[in-house]
Design a binder for this molecule. Structure first.
Ligand SMILES: O=P(O)(O)OC[C@H]1O[C@](O)(CO)[C@@H](O)[C@@H]1O
Length: 560
């Protein structure tokens, strides 16, 4: 594919930005067009049998408070067409090896293919092959039901009620985020710990509160070679054997979620207690795979299945909807519009939902590990900016910390706000939910309308020298996502996949490989070398004076 900047739609968008885009005044656009909300809002309805309420849940994506006109949307769609977004999407869903630097298919959609459509990689039916998607799901179902019912017992015959997931990156963030998001559905007698950091504090704190007789360890690692995970897993194993006086049965208390059977068995976990998946599942897309076992254990397999089904509904929408109606494609194209034509560097995602408090952290890996790339498909550096810095926190908390910059800073920060119409906790007669919703609506409105100097003066009693400080520029774009019910497993699945395919669309336009992550390797290699040097005499070799100086100081202060 050609670099995005060489496409005619790209130059056309540049001219359009100059003549139209940078002059759009959103509040005027709304005044001039009473139908603007209808024109730029898209909706997906999830099937009733998987939705959190008795009717199918609508999820509304209101793109109308973005800096676009109908013409802008047409031109962005043209860009997607010229960049081959649909062709690339179809290649992904056909199991082609679109991860071209690793020679792999990108097939996480198969993991949530609950309608069991034929999906093949290299001619192999990944759904129904032995050890394929359906077999692993069945293994997860049986195991999660046995643990939840107490039929699967620890070595002293007790029910396992503490789950410690040991994993990092995608083998941690998805399970943490989803179990937090679905806490309402979680087993009340289960305690979950997610240990990811190599900082010994993480595993020590989890173990300190756990009883080896009732603890189940899930060692979650696609490769089973990640230093943090293997080190934490070995520490957990030693703790378990020590605490049980060597009588603890590893087979009853340790399972592996991995693609690497030989490393799993080397570690001491029986292959029968391994839940597998394939190399075509990228780490940041692995929550749908065996890596999601903690989710199935916590919320039950039926809910895990609904989670997959909600994701599948959004996959089908992405595959079938024309670009102009295609919700994730529009989200991705807007990101390109702001990144490449307005010079925006960031993307804020703020869920007005406490259960979604880890959602932005999850999306950070999804977005930034996918599209934090410079090199395009022909090996040359991109002549344009690529992946934005994604960040966020739940609201209303974020409003009381960094929203100052979003409202009055010098940067343009395209923002997504997410709200569910129904709360799982309608306390105080829904007062909290109404206040939450009022903030969700008010923030987007305030960012758009701003406040002029005249309006500040009209408030009265404002000394003239304070007026400029109280002005809000406004015209700051937001996308408002409204879940027309409560956020249950299916709704959450659909929301995650919205961001997955948004990220896909961005990467497809930017002509980069969104599916490798070579950028994490250099630091890993250097850390290995330095680890050795900590145990050797001196302050290492071949380092700059800062690294060498700090290494020496660390050893001296730390007594190493
Ligand atoms: O599941 P694994 O193989 O332990 O990898 C963990 C994480 O490490 C990374 O490879 C980055 O170092 C991520 O892509 C991945 O999610």
């Amino acid at each position: 594919m050609a670099p995005a900047s060489s496409l005619s739609a790209w130059s056309d968008l540049h001219s359009h930005h100059e003549s139209v885009g940078k002059n759009i005044v959103l509040k005027d656009a709304f005044k001039n067009d009473p139908k603007r909300f209808d024109k730029f809002t898209r909706k997906i309805t999830l099937p009733a049998d998987i939705s959190s309420g008795s009717n199918g849940t609508d999820i509304i994506f209101d793109f109308s408070k973005n800096l676009i006109t109908e013409e802008t949307l047409d031109k962005l769609v043209k860009l997607a067409e010229e960049a081959g977004v649909e062709k690339k999407r179809d290649a992904m869903f056909a199991g082609e090896k679109i991860n071209f630097t690793e020679g792999r298919a990108v097939y996480h959609a198969a993991l949530r293919n609950v309608s069991n459509q034929a999906m093949k990689v290299d001619g192999v039916d990944v759904m129904n092959a032995k050890g394929g998607v359906n077999d692993v799901l069945e293994h997860m179902r049986v195991f999660s039901e046995q643990v939840r019912s107490g039929e699967w017992k620890g070595y002293t015959g007790k029910k396992l009620t503490t789950i410690i997931n040991v994993g990092i990156g995608g083998s941690d963030l998805g399970p943490v985020m989803v179990t937090e998001a679905l806490k309402h559905y979680g087993a009340k007698d289960m305690t979950l710990h997610f240990v990811s950091n190599i900082d010994g504090t993480h595993i020590a704190e989890a173990l300190a509160n756990s009883d080896p007789e009732t603890t189940l360890f899930l060692i979650a690692s696609k490769t089973f070679t990640t230093a943090e995970t293997t080190t934490n897993a070995n520490t957990a194993k030693s703790w378990f054997l020590e605490k049980t006086g060597g009588k603890g049965d590893i087979a009853k208390h340790f399972v592996a979620l991995s693609t690497n059977e030989s490393e799993v068995t080397k570690f001491g976990i029986d292959a029968a207690n391994m839940f597998g998946f394939e190399s075509w599942v990228g780490g940041r897309y692995s929550v749908w795979s065996a890596i999601g076992l903690s989710v199935a254990l916590y919320v039950g397999f039926d809910n895990f299945h609904k989670f997959l089904a909600g994701a599948h509904a959004m996959d089908q929408h992405f595959q079938q909807a024309p670009l102009r109606e295609n919700i994730p494609a529009i989200g991705g194209l807007l990101s390109v519009w702001y990144s490449n034509f307005y010079g925006a560097q960031t993307h804020l995602v703020a869920p007005f939902d406490q259960y979604l408090h880890r959602f932005p952290a999850y999306l950070q890996q999804l977005s930034m590990e996918s599209n934090g790339k410079t090199i395009t498909s022909d090996g040359s550096p991109a002549k344009y900016t690529t992946g934005p810095i994604l960040f966020g926190e739940p609201c209303t908390n974020a409003q009381h910390s960094f929203f100052q910059l979003v409202h009055q800073g010098t940067k343009l920060i395209p923002s997504d706000f997410i709200l569910a119409a129904k709360s799982h906790n309608p306390v105080s007669d829904n007062l909290h939910q109404k206040m939450l919703a009022s903030n969700y609506l008010a923030q987007a409105e305030a960012l758009m309308v701003g406040k002029t100097a005249e309006e500040v003066r009209a408030e009265g009693n404002v000394p003239e020298e304070l007026v400029p400080h109280k002005v809000f520029m406004g015209n700051r774009p937001t996308t408002s996502i409204l879940v027309g019910g409560a956020i249950g497993p299916a709704e959450l699945g659909a929301l995650i996949v919205y961001y997955e395919h948004l990220t896909f669309t961005e990467g497809a336009v930017w002509d980069i490989n969104s599916f490798d992550q070579w950028g994490v390797e250099l630091g890993k290699v250097l850390a290995k070398k330095i680890l050795k040097e900590i145990d050797e005499e001196g302050a290492g070799s071949g380092h700059d004076s800062s690294t060498g100086g700090l290494l020496g100081a660390f050893k001296a202060y730390g007594g190493f």
